[in-house]
Write a protein that binds this ligand. Structure first.
Ligand SMILES: NC(=O)c1ccc[n+]([C@@H]2O[C@H](COP(=O)([O-])OP(=O)(O)OC[C@H]3O[C@@H](n4cnc5c(N)ncnc54)[C@H](OP(=O)(O)O)[C@@H]3O)[C@@H](O)[C@H]2O)c1
Length: 324
């Protein structure tokens, strides 16, 4: 059976992404074949495409999609043909019409969650789950700083913070993004293109600063993020959209015995029972209407390069998906 798939033979700009036809076989033991209905675009896909994260080449791209199980391998008992599933782990190659996947990474989707919604919440929503509920567990009542609050993870984080009773200060780069973050439940928004976010955070917190900063922007915000923290506060450095960061540990002492963690999903979501528990919590919030999420940008699978250009140039709000 054939599938169209986006592949890259060299690292580089969006132009390295090529639409090719690949052969997809029958699932072996422990595997199922999934026909994708929606494919999520995540910033990590850009790290792989550019070579910031190494991958053997040539390769497929993408690690987050939803679809329908269309064939089940011999010893897979917990999935059946016709099941709706989503995933965020497994080999690169989600940018495709169909593929064979290890069954153990698949999450069954509840009936009340559409494929459109599911494609925006598997990786992004589970990221918000582990950042807010595991990495630096929020109790409610805190004031936090969250960078790129109108991004794919960001718009879910705004809603999750609101559901937890957390005061969220979010940064964004445009008025349109500010509106989107506020509409999603972010309490205060700072346009960090126009305003000095450190001054603004100190003003909003009466000079105290915040106990935690979730910083996925990296290079451009790191120094300021440290300056927004209270004594013994925590920097969660969970991404590097503007470039990688280097942290001088002496600075952590000088700025008030700060903590820094650079978390990776794999260390919180695995083994599988953890991932399923995280997904249950996320799905419950979505089914209760506390998190509402649909794709803000949709591209055809063949136009994956355009989706990357939009995400990389900060032109997107919320989630971006590819339709195979
Ligand atoms: N550690 C983990 O397990 C994990 C898991 C998932 C995602 N992440 C990270 O979380 C972040 C969000 O992922 P996402 O897929 O939802 O992306 P996204 O937030 O939708 O897109 C990235 C956003 O970062 C901001 N940004 C600031 N400087 C930028 C620059 N120089 N270039 C590009 N963007 C810049 C932009 O928002 P403004 O225009 O408002 O500045 C942009 O929209 C990424 O850094 C990703 O790597 C980490």
């Amino acid at each position: 059976m054939n599938s169209k798939a986006i592949r890259f033979h060299a690292t580089g700009g969006p132009e390295v992404l090529k639409l090719e036809t690949v052969e997809v076989g029958e699932p072996g033991p422990g595997q199922v074949r999934v026909r994708h209905t929606r494919i999520a675009v995540n910033f990590i896909d850009i790290y792989f495409r550019t070579g910031r994260y190494p991958a053997p080449l040539p390769n497929g791209l993408g690690s987050d999609a939803v679809g329908i199980v269309e064939a089940v391998g011999p010893d897979v008992s917990f999935l059946a043909e016709g099941d709706r599933v989503g995933y965020m782990f497994g080999p690169l190659g989600a940018y495709s019409e169909r593929r064979v996947m290890p069954a153990e990474v698949l999450i069954k989707l509840p009936d009340g969650i559409s494929d459109d919604t599911a494609s925006t919440i598997i990786m992004k929503g589970l990221t918000a789950q582990y950042l807010f509920r595991q990495v630096y567990p929020l109790q409610g009542g805190e004031t936090i700083l969250y960078h790129a609050a109108a991004g794919g993870v960001g718009l879910i984080a705004c809603q999750w913070a609101k559901a937890l009773g957390v005061t969220m200060i979010g940064t964004v780069s445009s008025d349109e993004k500010a509106e989107a973050a506020l509409a999603a439940g972010c309490t205060h928004v700072i346009n960090y293109r126009r305003e000095n976010f450190v001054e603004k955070v100190l003003e909003l917190t009466g000079g105290k600063g915040v106990p935690v900063v979730y910083d996925s922007v990296g290079k451009d915000t790191l120094a300021g993020s440290l300056d927004c923290l209270q004594k013994r506060g925590t920097l969660v450095s969970n991404g590097t959209s503007s470039g990688p960061v280097v942290i001088d540990t002496m600075q952590l002492a000088a700025k008030g015995s700060l903590w820094v963690t650079r978390p990776a999903m794999v260390d919180y979501a695995l083994p599988r029972p953890n991932m399923l528990k995280m997904a249950d919590e996320l799905f419950d919030l979505v089914l209760a209407g506390k998190i509402v999420s649909t794709p803000r940008q949709k591209f055809a699978l063949a136009d994956a390069a355009e989706a990357h250009i939009a995400l990389e140039s900060r032109a997107t709000i919320g989630a971006t998906v590819l339709v195979p």
